[in-house]
Design a protein around this ligand. Sequence first.
Ligand code: HEC
Length: 123
Amino acid sequence: MRNKIKNYRIFSLFAIVAIISISSFLISCEQDEIYVAPPPPGGCDTVNVTFTVTIQNILASKCVSCHGSAGGVDLNGYANVKTNVDNGKLQNAIIPGGSMRSLLSSCDADQIIAWINKGAPNN
Ligand code: HEC
């Protein structure tokens, strides 16, 4: 009889420990799932950046008026933009202190740099 009580106590102790560890495991999993990265300051999306949706629009509205096909730096169309990425001119012009930096918002510049860092894909 005594042994049975002792076994029962050990079992309940074990059960309590198991319940606590399982529930804390579940809680931690749940927190992982509901965790959403806070939006970057200013709500600038540097993750979903594509040439056709993001980069081309920035360049078309802020750069192509001077950098069309009339010689010099041409930022019209993917092939020309890629040329100026590959030779480093675009990056140099838009990083802080770059000659064209003041024409862009910091979000524009961050998005262009993010796209270049992904290998400047034609997407
Ligand atoms: C008001 C006209 C004008 C606008 C708008 C303009 N640029 Fe320029 N940009 C120039 C001039 C002028 C030069 C120097 C001559 C040249 O290289 O074509 C230049 C030079 C450059 C260069 C070459 C720098 C080097 O190292 O040779 C790059 C790259 C450039 N601009 C990128 C941009 C980008 C990106 C934008 C849009 C944010 C932009 N430009 C908007 C006039 C402009």
